[in-house]
Design a protein around this ligand. Sequence first.
Ligand code: PRP
Length: 204
Amino acid sequence: MITVALAKGRLAQKSIELLEKCGLDLAELKTETRKLVLEDGSGDYRFVFVKPGDVPTYVERGVADFGVVGKDTLLEADKDIFEIMDLGFGACRLCVCGYPDSLEKAGGILRVGTKYPHVTKEYFGARGKTVDIIKLSGSVELAPVMGLSDVIVDIVESGKTLEANGLCVLEEVCKCSARVVVNRVSLKTRKELSSLFDKIGKNV
Ligand code: PRP
């Protein structure tokens, strides 16, 4: 049996749709249930839905053979796993955002609110800037609005959250979308994965 870790939330529905296009019967995944491990109709695959940040962990540890997760989460997790495919959906950008004059106005060390402390440290570090990273769990746009930080590093999809709060994109860190990630050992030993990945490749 192949074990698949899927990110709960924004990418879940599209991940299921893609796998169905590849011929998997995923009726059980679409039922209202509190079960945490679900199987496809053939019994060849089992699925776990986990918080996005946990997908790379399940895959790195080999509990899941492969997973689907956003590039932003992958960059933040920085795990020893293979990223083998860009699925295209879930497209968004990781950006430095704030008020139009936030970067110029910030005195001293820049305070950055973010759910992505690792990516943030790398991004500013590569530019020779020491920043004060304030780790947040959500509603990150609130940080500059309330004066908790000067800027934020966060996902921008439609841009509506920024706009509704008077903020804007100041710098783009990178473009992101859903990726297939595979455990290093599974990639070598689970030969049946390659035919599924071929099908996924043809359906993206
Ligand atoms: C994400 C992100 C932004 C928002 C961007 O938050 O952190 O807040 O979506 O989307 P937009 O550009 O389409 O407005 P999410 O909705 O995942 O919730 P969170 O604030 O709890 O992290």
